[in-house]
Ligand binder design. Structure first.
Ligand code: PBG
Length: 324
């Protein structure tokens, strides 16, 4: 056939017909808003490299989550900025740590909110690494026990889902085992399964004050040049008990999202990370791009690649745009 019989433009003539044939949809219900929780009261401190994002005290995080809920965003992902850090990350698994306090307040005060807790040690260690350190080495197996304790204490405090982002080998199995032993067998694990050693996390590390004091994260996070390895990581995590898997970052890794979607039957999440947010906001603030259109296009692209869920700092803004 072909032209003139075939005219793809027929299905693009107006908004009604475009809506009718749209292949992927984006809705507030697919989005997860990250929150950085810090000590204090009525504290709302803007993150310089992420305009519009804040370090929030627990009471402010509650208000923020309430706003998410009222916009149709069902979930928040909690990161903690503890009052003090040490070499064993004790703030991460303290029953009254910052994330534990936030999780318990959010569950008490916000109706129908899913609270996801990020499980990692880097925000809680004085050296900024994701695990126990010996010399310059990040030790794998001794870290697992601390991660498992962290996940259990977060779930006990009320977290609905725990999300390990550390990239230690075997951590999903260790967390699953510890949750089950604590009668928390109903708590799902959202594994950051394919997490790359990415420079796009720069603004996050400023927000969470979690940049490593020496070295980098390349001995545990993935090499950006690899895609097959992502499938290996994802399958291992599912075998260990991951209920959902995540690819991170998102836009520079759409091919990885696509491959993972083809390879697994569990829900796939993508993390539209801090550097992706910062670039878009910076370019839009100079008038180089249209903020609203570029952000919706970006989120649509992530969904089209195969992500069921998107963690994004634009969750609230996107929800507002989608509602109009
Ligand atoms: C580790 C963690 C990081 C991010 C999420 N969890 C930082 C890192 O690995 O250095 C990055 C998220 C972002 O850039 O938005 N706790």
């Amino acid at each position: 056939m072909g032209f003139p019989v075939e005219r793809p433009r027929r299905l693009r003539r107006n908004a009604l017909i475009r809506d009718l044939v749209r292949e992927t949809d984006l809705s507030a219900g697919d989005l997860i808003e990250p929150l950085f929780v810090c000590p204090g009261k009525r504290t709302r401190q803007e993150i310089p490299s992420m305009p519009g994002q804040f370090n929030l005290s627990v009471d402010e995080a509650v208000a923020e989550a309430q706003e998410c809920r009222s916009l149709g965003v069902p979930a928040v992902l909690l990161f903690g900025i503890p009052a003090a850090k040490d070499s064993r990350a004790s703030g991460a698994y303290d029953a009254h740590g910052i994330v534990q306090e936030a999780a318990s307040a959010l569950k008490k005060e916000v109706r129908d909110l899913l609270v996801i807790a990020d499980v990692c040690l880097c925000e809680y260690t004085d050296h900024g690494h994701c695990g126990v350190v010996q010399g310059e080495e990040i030790l794998n197996d001794p870290t697992l026990e601390l991660l498992a304790r962290t996940a259990v204490s977060q779930a006990r405090a009320g977290a609905d889902i725990v999300a390990p982002s550390d990239m230690m080998d075997g951590r999903v199995a260790a967390i699953r085992k510890a949750l089950d032993a604590a009668s928390l067998e109903h708590v799902p694990i959202l594994s950051y399964a394919a997490k790359y050693a990415s420079a796009f996390y720069g603004p996050f590390r400023e927000a969470a004050q979690s940049a490593p004091k020496f070295g980098d994260r390349r001995s545990h996070q993935m090499d950006p040049a690899n895609a097959r390895e992502a499938i290996r990581e994802v399958l291992l995590d599912i075998e260990e008990g991951a209920d959902l898997v995540m690819v991170k970052p998102a836009l520079p890794y759409l091919d990885v999202i696509y491959r993972v979607r083809q390879a697994v039957n569990v829900p796939v999440a993508a993390y539209h990370v801090s550097g992706e947010y910062a670039m878009l906001v910076a370019a839009a603030s100079r008038g180089f791009i249209d903020r609203e259109r570029v952000l919706l296009e970006s989120l649509h692209a992530i969904r089209r690649a195969g992500a069921d869920l998107i963690v994004t700092y634009f969750a609230k803004e996107a929800a507002r745009l989608l509602a109009r």
